[in-house]
Design a protein around this ligand. Structure first.
Ligand code: MG
Length: 212
């Protein structure tokens, strides 16, 4: 699979469009990052919705300093981001939906993650164009959805991205899934505004209905 720039993306002018995040939507990011930090003598304690504030040295009660956490995160995307488990049912659901809809992967990850990210997506059957992005996703979603008259959907785990989509492109239907069941209880959600799902068993049919 190939990464593309937003302006080079081919979007069918009448077909539905699904814009899909990767981490905690298609990939079990937290669990993979946890395995990575464990190999570096750091443990993850999931007791809040955060990344770096959940990293601890064994036996310590204060989280790792932010610098060390960020360095681990950066290195993970160099050396560890191939080692992510796919989220159950996601590949089959998207394969099914892609018969009647365009699919674009919109992922926030550092630029040096390009190879590991495209490699991972290809390996697990997510053979769709990928846009490597940074920052809130609303404007990019508006730009893509504005190129088709068909219905569009956006799927992400992070409330700020869903809110950004709502602000920039209110007509795009929004869906939230937080694949890590340990993280889910702490995740900020607004289910009356962004349709919340526990897994792809319900998310897949909900997307199908949204693009029908
Ligand atoms: Mg994500």
């Amino acid at each position: 699979m190939q990464p593309v720039a937003l302006e080079d993306l081919t979007i069918h002018p009448a077909a539905p469009l699904l814009i899909v995040d990767v981490d905690e939507v298609l990939a079990h990011f937290m669990a993979g990052f946890e395995r990575y930090v464990n190999r570096h003598g750091v443990e993850m304690r999931i007791d809040r919705f955060a990344l770096f504030q959940n990293l601890y040295r064994p036996g310590e009660t204060e989280p790792l300093d932010l610098e060390t956490g960020k360095a681990l995160f950066d290195d993970f995307f160099r050396h560890g981001a191939d080692d992510l488990d796919p989220v159950e049912g996601a590949a089959d659901a998207l394969a099914d939906l892609s018969a009647r809809s365009g699919v674009v992967i919109l992922t926030n990850a550092p630029a040096h993650a390009l190879e590991s990210r495209t490699g991972w997506l290809g390996k697990y059957g997510f053979d769709y164009p990928m846009i490597l992005h940074s920052g809130l996703k609303g404007p990019a979603i508006a730009a893509m959805a504005g190129r088709t008259a068909g219905p569009s959907c956006f799927i992400d785990d992070l409330l700020p991205n869903l809110e950004s989509s709502y602000q920039s492109a209110p007509a795009v239907a929004r869906f939230q899934i937080i694949a890590d069941h340990r993280l889910r209880p702490y995740a900020p959600t607004v289910p009356e505004r962004h349709d919340l799902h526990e897994d792809w068993a319900t998310l897949g049919p909900a997307l199908g209905a949204a693009i029908a």
